[in-house]
Design a protein around this ligand. Structure first.
Ligand code: SF4
Ligand code: SF4
Length: 424
């Protein structure tokens, strides 16, 4: 098929061949959150595949004209899940975003990723300063006065999205641990949970400690999902190669990811790095918290822990739910907790609109996608929504503030919920 592709796009033959597999049946449209929210064909999987083909074949002269078509994709994998041809829309969107952005935009994004994501010390400093500034309330005042939006729309959206700004990050190794022995488990402390939900990080290491499971806490890089989503596939691949090398040298049996977005992306390393012979064995070691815990014997509740009756539901983060069809382990764990009445959430695997930094770039569309999730949560009657990704935690909590659910319905990471119920 490469004879149809313009010479400057020949390097995208693999993605083009994948897009050509789309037979335009439209079967995916009803599960695509951006299509159901807007009703626009261009914002459907079929429309996006077609726009990508048109650019590569020279039928759409200006690739920049399609920038919104590609950047509004939530990369939620829902379309591929129902597609008979298994068209990998998320992978195609990675390539599409790069060619629809200007060279300057791509260069600036790559420079930022390289400065912050390989060695997270720099990212820690930048976020610590940003969170300190947020605590002064100056950004909030500027946002409420409408000034922050004039300076930067993503910054204004970020100020609204993030309520808590922690000044200490992560929590590993466990404090006061008596656990001895060689660790078979290494923690991959995903950026979102590490920087924004340190309580969840702490709860994960406490949980393993309570099970007499030693855990290693290596310094590591970003999983690569952030640059991949921005179209910088080269940087995503380099980060993946580095993680495979770094964790490979530890010789552990499990790479335990604190965030489902990282877990799902690292499980996809074999597709990202088809020529790397170690990608498959690395991906096979990656687990999210529920996959890891469900294989272990349950622990007795902490002495004195109270477990009052509570109605609980679960929201599936896209990268693990749609991306890897990993649905059963969190439900199995929640249903077995004393005092928990588990209720299923309608369309639990549909994206909440958080999608990494999506809600900062497209706040209005993200709000529309979120509204459906919030309605389903209300309908479920649950008092607690449990999930395992920082992006979903942030976005659903933001929605619950807008709905003024305070004290009625809350969203929490699985690790913290287990800790609250005395199951660590
Ligand atoms: S992406 Fe798949 S399901 Fe959607 S229109 Fe194309 S072939 Fe059909
Ligand atoms: S990945 Fe999600 S948002 Fe993107 S086209 Fe597919 S279903 Fe729609």
């Amino acid at each position: 098929m490469s004879e149809f592709i313009l010479p400057q796009f020949q390097h995208l033959k693999r993605e083009y061949d994948a897009a050509v597999r789309c037979n335009r049946c439209g079967f995916c449209e009803t599960v695509c959150p951006t299509y159901t929210a807007t009703g626009k064909e261009t914002l459907s999987p079929r429309g996006r595949n077609q726009a990508f083909r048109n650019i590569l074949e020279g039928k759409l002269g200006d690739a920049a004209a399609a920038r919104d078509i590609f950047s509004t994709c939530l990369t939620c994998h829902a379309c591929t899940n129902v597609c008979f041809a298994q068209v990998p829309v998320v992978r195609i969107m990675g390539a599409a975003r790069k060619i629809s952005q200007t060279p300057l935009q791509n260069a600036l994004a790559r420079a930022a990723f390289r400065a912050l994501l390989f060695n997270r010390r720099a990212l820690s400093v930048v976020l610590w300063l940003a969170f300190l500034l947020k605590r002064t309330l100056i950004p909030r005042v500027l946002r409420l006065a409408g000034v922050l939006k004039l300076i930067s729309r993503p910054l204004a959206a970020a100020e609204d999205l993030v309520e808590e700004a922690p000044l200490s990050f992560g929590a590993c190794p466990p404090k006061n641990s008596n656990v001895k022995g060689n660790a078979d488990v290494a923690l991959f402390s995903g950026c979102g949970v590490h920087y924004l939900f340190p309580g969840a990080s702490q709860a994960i290491v406490d949980n393993l400690d309570a099970r007499n499971t030693a855990i290693r806490c290596p310094r590591h890089s970003c999983c690569g999902l952030i640059p991949q989503s921005a179209g910088d596939v080269k940087t995503a691949r380099e980060l993946a190669e580095k993680n495979i090398r770094d964790f490979g040298s530890l010789r552990v049996k499990t790479v335990l990811a604190s965030d489902d977005s990282c877990a799902g992306f690292m499980k996809s390393y074999p597709a990202l790095l088809p020529d790397n012979p170690d990608a498959g064995s690395f991906a096979a070691k990656v687990k999210n918290l529920s996959e890891f815990l469900v294989a272990l014997p349950p622990v007795a509740p902490r002495p004195g822990a109270s477990a009052p009756p509570v109605k609980v539901t679960y929201h599936d983060p896209c990268q693990m739910g749609n991306g890897h069809k990993s649905f059963s382990s969190p439900r199995q764990i929640l249903k077995n907790l004393p005092g928990v009445q588990y209720v299923e959430l309608e369309e639990a695997n549909e994206c909440c609109g958080g999608a990494g930094t999506y809600s900062l770039k497209h706040p209005e569309l993200a709000d529309e996608v979120l509204e459906k999730k919030l309605q389903n949560i209300e309908k479920s009657g649950a008092e607690v929504v449990v999930t395992q990704a920082a992006s979903c935690l942030l976005h659903i909590a933001y929605g619950s503030r807008k709905k003024k659910w305070s004290g009625k319905i809350r969203v929490v990471h699985l690790a913290e919920f287990l800790s609250e119920r005395g199951s660590t």
